[in-house]
Design a protein. Structure first.
Length: 153
């Protein structure tokens, strides 16, 4: 609970310092920004970042997703696993995306800088179980492990 409270304090101060955009605005933006424009922005950003070595080796992003079910050709989207990029100097990129009532994690690692990403994911699983227990969520312990391992190469 202390970790959760401290994280909450830090995030509140970060939002105040950086005047972060409201989550609803980001979610709404994905509904009207054409995919081609979004892809062009991503490519341009990667070109700019590719010219300079970033001052960090870890990127963690939280992307708010739809709280309502999404459908394509009548099929309901079940999960939205984000995939991001690694640029020179960044060894690990963790992106968390919310969708409906859950979070989906995308982890991309540079094998030259991260020896065993699975070990880190085991630690992440343990930390998530601690968090769930701290806030009173009970979940079968095998459910998360099965979901994580099912995406292994």
């Amino acid at each position: 609970m202390r970790r959760l409270a401290r994280t909450h304090e830090l995030l509140l101060s970060a939002k105040e310092r950086h005047k972060a955009l409201a989550a609803d605005l980001l979610t709404d933006a994905t509904a009207f920004i054409p995919p081609a424009v979004s892809a062009l922005a991503a490519r341009t950003t990667m070109q700019i970042l590719g010219r300079t070595r970033p001052p960090v080796n870890l990127v963690i992003s939280n992307v708010p997703g739809s709280r309502n079910p999404l459908f394509l050709a009548g099929a309901q989207l079940e999960a939205m696993y984000p995939v991001s990029v690694i640029v020179d100097g960044v060894g690990l990129n963790i992106t968390v995306m919310s969708y409906r009532d859950h979070l989906d994690f995308g982890v991309v690692a540079d094998r030259e800088q991260v020896d065993d990403a699975w070990e880190m994911l085991d630690d992440l699983r343990a930390a998530l179980h601690e968090f769930e227990a701290a806030v009173g969520i009970e979940r079968p312990t095998d459910e998360f492990a099965a979901a994580v391992r099912s995406t292994a190469p």
